[in-house]
Design a protein around this ligand. Structure first.
Ligand code: PGA
Length: 249
C-alpha cells in the first residue's frame, strides 16, 4: 500500500556537466523500472539543469536543504518559493547538516512547515550516532527527532512526509545496519508516529539510509517497515542507483 521511494542524495558532488551526464545515464538505466518512486537530489547549482533534463521521465528531483523564510536578507540561503516548480522533495535535517551546520529539531521543524506550506514534500532525516547507539539511546534519539520534526503538523500534512532513518554510524562507512536492525528501528519510528497520530502512521513512508548499495538493497527493502532508501555514495553511479531502484520495484 506504500509505494517505495528511492532518493539519491548527491551531497556536494557533481558540477553541472557532470550532473547532466549522470542523469542522462540514469534515465536510460531505469527505463522499465516501475512500482517505485525515484528521485535524485543534486546540489542547488545543478537543480535547474537536472530538472529540465528529467522533465517527462519517471525520475523526480529533490533539494538537499532549504531555508524556512520566503525571502529576505539571508545571504547564501535558498528559500521554498525558489524551489517551487524545480523540485518535488526537500531533504531536511540530514545528519551532516545537524552535525556540521548546527541544525536542531527546532530548525528542522521550521523547515518542514515552510516546505509543506509551498506544496513541496519533506524527507525528514533522523538517526542516532555511534555513541548514542552504543549507549542504547537509539529509541530516545529518534523519538525526540520525530516528535520535534512533526511538531504542529496537521494529519494531512504529516501523511505526505517521508522519514529517512539513517544511523549516523552507517553513513558513508560501508557499515550497513543489518536488515533486522534497520527494520527494528523503522518499526520503532512508525510506533512513535502512531503515538503522535494513529491516523497517518501507516501512510508515511520510512526510508532506510546508510551505505545502501546494489548488493544489500533487496534484503533491506523487503523488510515490512522499510519503504525505500536514501542513498548517498551509490547514487553517484547510474548502474548502482538503477539497481537499487529495480530492487525496490
Ligand atoms: P551513504 O549516505 O549511502 O553514502 O552511506 C547516505 C546518506 O547520507 O544519505
Amino acid at each position: 500500500m506504500r509505494t517505495p521511494i528511492i532518493a539519491g542524495n548527491w551531497k556536494a558532488f557533481k558540477t553541472i556537466p557532470e550532473a547532466l551526464a549522470l542523469v542522462g545515464e540514469l534515465a536510460d538505466s531505469v527505463r522499465g523500472v516501475s512500482g517505485v518512486e525515484m528521485a535524485v537530489c543534486p546540489p542547488f547549482t545543478a537543480l535547474a539543469a537536472v530538472a529540465e533534463r528529467l522533465r517527462g521521465t519517471s525520475i523526480k528531483v529533490g533539494a538537499q536543504n532549504v531555508y524556512w523564510e520566503k525571502q529576505g536578507a539571508y545571504t547564501g540561503e535558498i528559500t521554498p518559493p525558489m524551489l517551487q516548480g524545480l523540485v518535488d522533495y526537500v531533504i531536511i535535517g540530514h545528519s551532516e547538516r545537524r552535525k556540521l551546520f548546527g541544525e536542531t529539531d527546532e530548525t528542522v521543524n521550521k523547515k518542514v512547515h515552510a516546505v509543506l506550506a509551498h506544496n513541496l514534500l519533506p524527507i525528514i532525516a533522523v538517526g542516532e550516532n555511534l555513541d548514542e547507539n552504543e549507549a542504547g539511546k537509539t529509541g530516545a534519539v529518534v523519538t525526540r527527532q520525530i516528535r520535534g520534526g512533526f511538531q504542529g503538523l496537521s494529519a494531512d500534512q504529516a501523511r505526505t512526509c517521508v522519514v529517512a532513518y539513517e544511523p549516523v554510524w552507517a553513513i558513508g562507512t560501508g557499515e550497513t545496519a543489518t536488515p533486522a536492525v534497520a527494520q527494528q528501528a523503522c518499526a520503532y519510528i512508525r510506533g512513535v508516529l502512531r503515538e503522535i497520530s494513529p491516523v497517518y502512521a501507516d501512510a508515511i513512508r520510512i526510508q532506510y539510509g546508510g551505505s545502501v548499495n546494489a548488493e544489500n538493497a533487496a534484503e533491506l527493502l523487503s523488510q515490512p517497515d522499510i519503504d525505500g532508501a536514501l542513498v548517498g555514495g551509490a547514487s553517484l553511479k547510474a548502474d548502482q542507483f538503477a539497481a537499487i531502484c529495480a530492487a525496490a520495484g
